[in-house]
Design a protein around this ligand. Structure first.
Ligand SMILES: Cc1cc2nc3c(=O)[nH]c(=O)nc-3n(C[C@H](O)[C@H](O)[C@H](O)COP(=O)(O)OP(=O)(O)OC[C@H]3O[C@@H](n4cnc5c(N)ncnc54)[C@H](O)[C@@H]3O)c2cc1C
Length: 428
């Protein structure tokens, strides 16, 4: 698969999302109150929120809208972090911890509300999110999660083995839990719809415009590009796993890890009614995650990880084909019409890191695999902060940039961690 910046990589979403708005490259120097760098969910939501608060906003994107993780993901809208549970998030966030938990709790509904409010065509379905337990021992973790989220008012429920079998159409799992505020979207449709909403709110978007450097120039920040510059009072760096070296240490805080995605041919009604009949989003408790969802035309969308990148398309087709047949024997090894991949940003401590990099410059890193709802919520808060809301009213814990030691080596060996995760999954 191509990963060139001048074209959107082929995927189910590139084939089905409504087209993006017309957005020219930047030519010349412009001024703004807020310059946003990156046209994914973080940047688009930050820009939209800042424009709604009355600011003049310019967003620059190196490639096209949703070209990074936002246009390539599985589209599961999940109001939790991947590894940290509410008590841990609360404890690690200090004075802001519990407010951050509240932001995450409400983040899936925020996505669906935005889609409704702006009339975005994104196949949105707030059908719920299910996390099945891959081992009986994981039921304790599920019960703990349900207790912790219930205490905080989230719409969650514990599911025993029979209830899980009814919801999923397989006896593969041991039970688990569900959050009814989650669901599924067409991820690229959502990104492109946000871009349209942002433009309608007054944001100027320039695509094919990589930021090359950020520096202080008089009383403003200057974001330089090949064809010009944006001079702004505030800058939001929204580049996440696709970061370049714009700010010291920022790129080296996340390891971009490939996640492979694949979509089957549309399933027949007879088969589809036996597999996830409620069409929820599903991702289980494995380290080498099993995940499934449908799109609007009845394709099952799943995927996985590989330790090595060579011959990736053939190997992922074989691995995931066999997995689907094991979980859903009624389907067998399906035909996959689309296979693609994107980078997920992993931090060393598996927590999202939000930063005030300098007065007037903010950014965050590290969705660790759950960023559709999270990037939406954090992006909006960074947009609000850039337009005058005081940090004391922003529910985000701040931390200093912590680059990963021996970064280039860590990046090279990171994909191999999947082998250890598979071993743990088998051992649990
Ligand atoms: C394959 C895959 C599957 C996933 N599945 C799910 C899922 O089902 N559910 C879930 O919750 N999360 C999922 N995620 C994570 C989620 O997609 C991301 O967390 C989220 O999209 C991050 O949004 P973002 O805006 O922060 O970053 P991105 O969408 O990556 O946007 C960053 C943008 O910055 C641009 N950029 C980089 N450098 C520059 C520069 N110098 N100048 C200008 N622009 C620049 C890039 O071109 C890119 O478009 C998945 C991710 C991947 C890759």
């Amino acid at each position: 698969m191509t990963d060139k910046r001048d074209e959107m990589p082929p995927s189910l979403w590139a084939a089905t999302a409504p087209p993006p708005p017309d957005t020219p490259a930047l030519a010349g120097t412009v001024t703004a109150d807020v310059c946003v760098i990156g046209g994914g969910y973080t940047g688009l939501n930050a820009a939209l929120a800042a424009a709604e608060a009355g600011a003049k906003v310019v967003l620059i994107e190196a490639a096209s809208i949703g070209w990074g993780a936002s246009g390539r993901n599985n589209g599961q809208v999940i109001p939790t972090l991947s590894r940290m549970d509410p008590d841990e998030i609360s404890a690690s966030g200090g004075a802001k911890g519990e407010e951050f938990v509240g932001l995450i709790r409400d983040s899936a509904s925020l996505v669906f509300d935005l889609i409704r409010r702006h009339g975005i065509e994104a196949e949105a379905s707030q059908s719920g999110w299910i996390q099945p337990a891959h081992r009986e021992s994981r039921m304790k973790m599920a019960a703990k999660r349900v207790e912790a989220w219930s205490k905080r008012g989230a719409p969650v429920a514990l599911l025993d083995r029979a209830a899980m079998e009814t919801l999923t159409g397989t006896d593969h799992w041991f039970g688990g839990w569900t959050n009814s505020s989650g669901g599924t979207i067409n991820p690229l449709g959502y990104a492109r719809g946000l871009a349209r909403a942002a433009i309608a709110a007054g944001v100027t978007i320039h695509t094919a415009t990589p930021a090359e450097a950020i520096s202080r120039s008089g009383d403003r920040w200057e974001v330089r590009t090949q064809g010009g510059a944006v001079r702004a009072e505030r800058v939001i760096i929204a580049t996440n796993a696709y970061s370049t070296d714009l700010w010291p240490g920022f790129r080296r805080e996340v390891i971009p890890v490939r996640s492979y995605q694949m979509a089957t041919a549309p399933l027949t009604d007879n088969i589809a009614k036996t597999i996830l009949p409620g069409k929820q989003a599903l991702s289980d408790t494995r380290g080498d995650l099993y995940f499934f969802r449908y799109d609007a035309s009845g394709r099952l969308i799943t995927g996985g990880a590989l330790a090595l990148g060579h011959d990736w398309e053939k190997r992922i087709r074989e691995r995931i084909g066999a997995r689907v047949a094991a979980v859903y024997p009624q389907l067998g090894v399906p035909r996959f019409d689309y296979v693609w991949w994107g980078y997920i940003g992993m931090t060393a401590d598996k927590a999202p890191h939000v930063h005030e990099l300098a007065p007037g410059v903010t950014g965050w890193n590290g969705c660790n695999g759950r960023g559709v709802a999270l990037a939406t919520a954090i992006g909006r808060e960074l947009g609000r902060q850039a337009t005058g809301t005081s940090w004391s009213d922003i529910p985000l814990p701040l931390s200093p940039v912590r680059p990963i030691p021996a970064y280039e080596f860590a990046r090279r060996i990171a994909p191999a961690a999947i082998i250890e995760r598979r071993w743990r999954d088998a051992r649990d």
